[in-house]
Design a protein around this ligand. Structure first.
Ligand SMILES: C[S@@+](CC[C@H](N)C(=O)[O-])C[C@H]1O[C@@H](n2cnc3c(N)ncnc32)[C@H](O)[C@@H]1O
Length: 437
């Protein structure tokens, strides 16, 4: 592996730790800026995600070895990234990790800095001592360090799913996210799969979603992606639109639409209808427009900057056949793709989001036609943002009934919750409701 791959990983980690940037955005920016081989890109991705995922565990390894305050910004990410390699990457020899850490300390350190001596000393001490874990007598603290998840979240999982399932869930949340792609509606799957295989991709059918496939590396440079025949979408996320019973001339309201993954998927079904896509952030509307252009459905998508909690006031004369609320949420089902979320979110955030989610549903429910369908979804797995929001909504709106979800590969008599350890997908929640006629 080249040193520049490690330098790119370290620069990305410094950004994520210091500026609190999102890891997925910083990483894709760094990979676009640096001309790395496919192998090096995969290595950088593993270093960045692995170090963030295991931050609590890695800090625990260093706790007793650090005797001075780390003064320069690069020191902590470099130490964590190096210990990550020493523990998790067996294919990289220890000597190479130490040599590269020395070089990086010299390159990233201030002039005349002695940071490289500190890094060298700590890494050698770690190798002499080996890795450590707290006593399993306190299972919450033990799992929190071992799987690097804040204690409140481990406690939350244990309370809702028990200790055994929590262990499975935590391990699964630290696994590498799959590269899931969705084929645009109406296209011949076998033709696209053959073409991708000829280009060197390994392609496997999704066990969860009809139009999705799992590939082994990024498809963004393929003609199929650029021409809108395929797109990047998690298997569980793609089920949300599949839950609607769409008619080709439906008018659909997508209330929380950016960057547009579900808007375009909806529009693919509406040869004579349209989607009105809202987002509270005006600057995000461009993402939806570009996405719709790439997928060739921009003639059926209109965008509007609007707080969905005020939609009924805006559309006082319009009613929709279908409404999607893909609500803003804590994202706790997405920890594989955005590993730092675990350290940022609190139970207070979860409660605040639940209030916003209910307010959106409450407002947009007035805009549905009789017998119309309302689908609510989040990429969170908490009870507060999902089952509780739906229970409160239905209590307040007895004119709605909860519908079963019957998809070809997955069914549920009521709402559908997909935990990440079941299919290896993102965690997702979907509820389908109908306004009685
Ligand atoms: C989960 S994301 C939506 C993802 C999108 N449906 C897709 O499939 O690509 C939630 C979106 O809701 C937007 N949002 C947050 N609060 C909102 C509100 N009150 N009204 C409308 N949009 C909101 C956010 O800006 C964000 O883009």
């Amino acid at each position: 592996m080249t040193n520049s791959a490690r330098a790119v990983a370290l620069a990305t980690l410094i950004k994520v730790f210091k500026q609190k940037s999102y890891s997925n955005l910083s990483l894709s920016h760094a990979l676009n800026e640096n001309n790395l081989s496919q192998k090096d890109q995969a290595f950088v991705t593993q270093l960045v995600y692995g170090t963030i995922q295991y931050q609590l565990f890695l800090e625990y390894q260093l706790k007793d070895l650090l005797r001075t305050k780390l003064k320069e910004d690069y020191l902590k990410p470099l130490l964590l990234m190096s210990v990550y390699q020493l523990i998790f990457l067996n294919r990289v020899p220890n000597r190479a990790v130490l040599d590269e850490a020395n070089k990086l300390a010299k390159d990233f350190g201030k002039k005349n800095s002695s940071g490289f001596r500190l890094v060298n000393g700590i890494l050698r001490s770690f190798l002499r001592r080996g890795q450590v874990l707290p006593s399993p007598k306190d299972p919450v603290h033990f799992l929190s360090i071992k799987e690097s998840m804040p204690e409140w979240l481990v406690q939350y999982f244990v309370k809702n799913w028990g200790l055994k399932r929590t262990e499975k869930l935590l391990i699964s949340l630290n696994e590498r996210a799959e590269n899931s792609i969705r084929v645009a509606k109406g296209l011949d799957h076998s033709k696209i799969v053959n073409s991708l295989q000829k280009q060197g991709f390994s392609v496997n059918e999704s066990t969860l979603a009809d139009n999705c496939f799992i590939v082994d590396h990024s498809i963004v440079n393929t003609n199929e992606f650029k021409s809108g025949q395929i797109t990047i979408q998690d298997e569980a996320a793609s089920l949300v639109v599949d839950c609607f019973d769409l008619r080709e001339n439906d008018h659909v309201l997508d209330t929380c639409a950016a960057p547009g993954g579900k808007t375009t998927q909806l529009a693919e079904n509406l040869s004579h209808g349209k989607v009105t896509s809202l987002d509270i952030h005006k600057k995000k509307l461009n993402l939806i427009k570009k996405y719709a252009q790439r997928m060739h459905v921009d003639d059926r998508v209109e965008t509007l900057a609007l707080d969905a909690r005020k939609a009924a006031e805006h559309f006082s004369d319009t009613k929709f056949n279908k409404i999607l609320v893909d609500a803003p949420c804590s994202g706790l089902g997405l920890l594989r793709r955005k590993p730092e979320i675990r350290y940022d979110k609190t139970i207070k955030d979860v409660h605040n989001l639940a209030r916003i989610q209910l307010a959106i549903l409450d407002n947009v429910a007035q805009l549905l036609k009789k017998n119309g369908e309302l689908v609510y979804s989040t990429c969170s797995i908490t009870i507060e943002e999902n089952e509780q929001v739906i229970a409160e909504f239905l209590k307040k709106h007895p004119e709605f009934e909860l519908m079963p979800i019957t998809l070809s590969k997955v069914q549920s008599k009521s709402s559908l919750k997909i935990l990440p350890d079941t299919y290896g997908s993102d965690g997702f929640f979907i509820a389908k409701m109908k306004l009685r006629g």
